[in-house]
Design a protein around this ligand. Sequence first.
Ligand SMILES: Cc1cc2nc3c(=O)[nH]c(=O)nc-3n(C[C@H](O)[C@H](O)[C@H](O)COP(=O)(O)OP(=O)(O)OC[C@H]3O[C@@H](n4cnc5c(N)ncnc54)[C@H](O)[C@@H]3O)c2cc1C
Length: 248
Amino acid sequence: MTLTTGMSAKQDYDCVVIGAGVQGSFTAYQLAKHNKKTLLLEQFVLPHTRGSSHGQTRIIRRAYEQDIYTQMMGEGYQLWAQLEKEAGVTLYRQTGLLVMGPETSGDYPLVKNTLLKNKVPTVILSRDNFHQHIPNVVLSEGHGALLDVTGGVLFADRALKAVQDQFQKLGGVIQDNEKVTEIKPGPVVKVTTSGGVYQARNVVITAGPWTNKLLAHTGFQLPLEVFTHGESVRSVDGFQQPSSDPSG
Ligand SMILES: Cc1cc2nc3c(=O)[nH]c(=O)nc-3n(C[C@H](O)[C@H](O)[C@H](O)COP(=O)(O)OP(=O)(O)OC[C@H]3O[C@@H](n4cnc5c(N)ncnc54)[C@H](O)[C@@H]3O)c2cc1C
């Protein structure tokens, strides 16, 4: 159904997702998979490099201090594998992820415990075999080392494109270069952008560091802190086990 307003045509959706980074794009794709008529709005022309989701790679791992993340990532790996299959592209490369630290304090024992408890394929390295595999690094006295065998890289740019393409193949609509300027809550939510007005029963906000700016006019703010950081990833020779089940 299309309603007409003074500004432009209102278009009705089951759900409007605001922000086409990895969070919004994957959310929109899942909604479309569940037969929801979904609109994905992005303020910049896609693809862009101004959010958090651009770049060639991201780390993927099951090595976390808390069970909840390790368990959640079991499902995460399955969802990425499913997308790879549907899109016919490789998105994940298994490299293994090395974790080192004091054996009895800090994060290392927590990560080790979580991996073992959740039966994630893990190699515990003794001081001897650590040196054998990683000759250029000395494992300090009292420190432990392990390899989360499921750890690896996700090809970020490729993943973003794949998920957006699949969303569109499922009938989802992407409007880029359209900044959301107002959200009016209610039984039917009204979303105003630089290009038009949309209505939906549900709105998902995945605006990353822009979230509080987007919410400013509502008077509602989240305790978010915006910061920048960088990371690098290397594969550890001798520990790649491509045949193991990444879902653990
Ligand atoms: C250097 C770096 C390394 C990282 N490494 C890892 C890693 O190894 N492993 C890992 O899991 N995670 C990693 N992360 C974190 C991960 O990349 C982020 O958690 C993820 O990209 C966040 O995605 P997002 O969709 O929430 O945010 P974003 O990608 O920032 O997307 C938000 C989108 O909302 C849009 N938007 C905002 N306001 C509006 C508006 N008013 N109207 C329309 N659109 C709007 C923005 O333009 C943007 O496209 C890393 C992040 C960085 C920066």
